[in-house]
Design a protein around this ligand. Structure first.
Ligand SMILES: Nc1ncnc2c1ncn2[C@@H]1O[C@H](COP(=O)(O)OP(=O)(O)OP(=O)(O)O)[C@@H](O)[C@H]1O
Ligand SMILES: [Mg+2]
Length: 367
């Protein structure tokens, strides 16, 4: 996968910019608040339809304007591609593929693939289960776009069930209808996530071993209320159906749904110990780095091509050894890194000669 250009018009603090990217490492540098992360955010929108920083569509539009437009040209295995996104203040965004509007997420998800890595990703170890679930779901959606339909339907029915429980509606029949469909969707979600985590573990384990000269073994465990063993989808469905039946009184009492894959999590272990509790800051950073590199490696195995790596401001967070490690491991892939000037040119001579874009007040200059 190679990103050739990004064009932005009235996107956040950028008025009208077009940037060309090269193979290998691309550097976006400039002062704080210049607009570096905004550019990565624009690129990442094409991979998932959502910002990695959160926020609504209207927040992307430059202050004082009514609409924003962003476009990328890239090459993937089936040939050159062009995608565009038009964002509106009071209207759903429009997405274009080769100039033609597409309406379903599944029609464009997975076409442009990217791995994002920011200092926030330390939350993969330290943060709440929600952060980890989002990480797996986004990764799976990029490689298996149809998975998004299961997630969307699950969330929609879960919201209906929660409204039902909250309003104390007295209809066991309706609750059964919700639970039956939720059990079907839950089994698909849990099995997909479990399989993804098993494959991710293999890749991440190799990176962690390599980075620590064999001293650290990283393992992952998928943790679900549906018990253990996720080989048979029918078996998982039955377990969820039974769980929902058993717990329906408790859920009615609390007025909220307490069981299902929206409560799942995965745990990260280093040498058999839970990384969240026992790993040092440095070990946690290495584990996150291994997981992110593993995400890219797995994407390559599942789709046949490396995704584009977007590294936002992580150089300031990593020590020299880990900085070198990530640059070495992404060398042959396309990488777009943002940061402040001094981080790039201190001890990183090997990348100082690469494509460099200086950003100031949303304006981009080649240097
Ligand atoms: N809708 C908008 N319209 C205009 N400007 C915006 C909009 N949204 C955000 N900004 C501006 O964009 C700037 C932040 O850009 P960004 O986060 O990309 O900075 P950065 O270069 O990554 O900085 P840092 O080095 O601190 O991470 C802020 O000054 C903010 O006010
Ligand atoms: Mg930034």
């Amino acid at each position: 996968m190679k990103l050739n250009t990004l064009s932005v018009r009235d996107f956040k603090n950028a008025e009208n910019e077009r940037i060309a990217f090269t193979d290998g490492v691309n550097i976006i540098y400039g002062d704080n608040a210049a607009g570096k992360t905004n550019l990565l955010e624009a690129i990442f929108l094409f991979a998932t339809g959502k910002s990695f920083r959160g926020g609504k569509d209207k927040d992307f539009i430059r202050f004082g304007q009514d609409t924003a437009y962003i476009e990328i040209e890239f090459e993937e295995k089936s040939g050159p591609q062009k995608m565009g996104i038009r964002l509106f203040k009071n209207q759903k965004k429009q997405i274009f593929r080769g100039g033609v509007q597409v309406t379903k997420l599944s029609e464009y998800l997975g076409l442009f693939r990217a791995v994002i890595f920011t200092p926030d990703h330390l939350n993969l170890v330290k943060g709440s289960p929600e952060f980890r679930r989002r990480f797996i779901d986004i990764a799976i959606c990029q490689s298996f776009p149809r998975y998004v339909a299961s997630i969307s339907e699950y969330n929609r029915i879960l919201a209906q069930k929660n409204a039902f429980l909250k309003n104390k509606i007295d209809s066991d029949e309706l609750l059964e209808v919700y639970n039956e469909r939720l059990a079907q969707l839950a089994s698909v979600i849990t099995q997909n996530r479990y399989k993804y985590i098993c494959r991710l573990e293999k890749e991440a384990e190799a990176f962690q071993r390599d980075m620590t000269d064999g001293a650290e073994k990283l393992t992952l465990a998928y943790n679900s209320q549906a018990g253990e063993g996720f080989e048979s989808i029918e078996e998982i469905r039955k377990r969820y159906a039974e769980l929902f039946r058993q717990k329906s009184e408790q859920e009615k009492q609390k007025g909220i749904s307490l069981y299902g894959p929206h409560k799942d999590d995965f745990l990260i272990y280093i040498n058999g110990k839970n990384a969240r509790q026992f790993a040092s800051q440095g070990q946690q950073r290495s584990a996150v780095l291994s997981l992110k590199l593993a995400e890219g490696e797995l994407s390559k195995k599942l789709t046949g091509e490396y995704p584009v790596f977007l590294l936002d401001d992580i150089l300031s967070e990593l020590d020299a050894r880990r900085k070198r490690y990530i640059l070495e491991k992404t060398q042959e892939k396309q990488v777009i890194i943002t940061g402040c000037e001094k981080e790039f040119f201190a001890g990183l001579e090997q990348i100082a000669s690469r494509n460099k874009i200086y950003v100031e007040n949303g304006k981009c200059f080649y240097t």
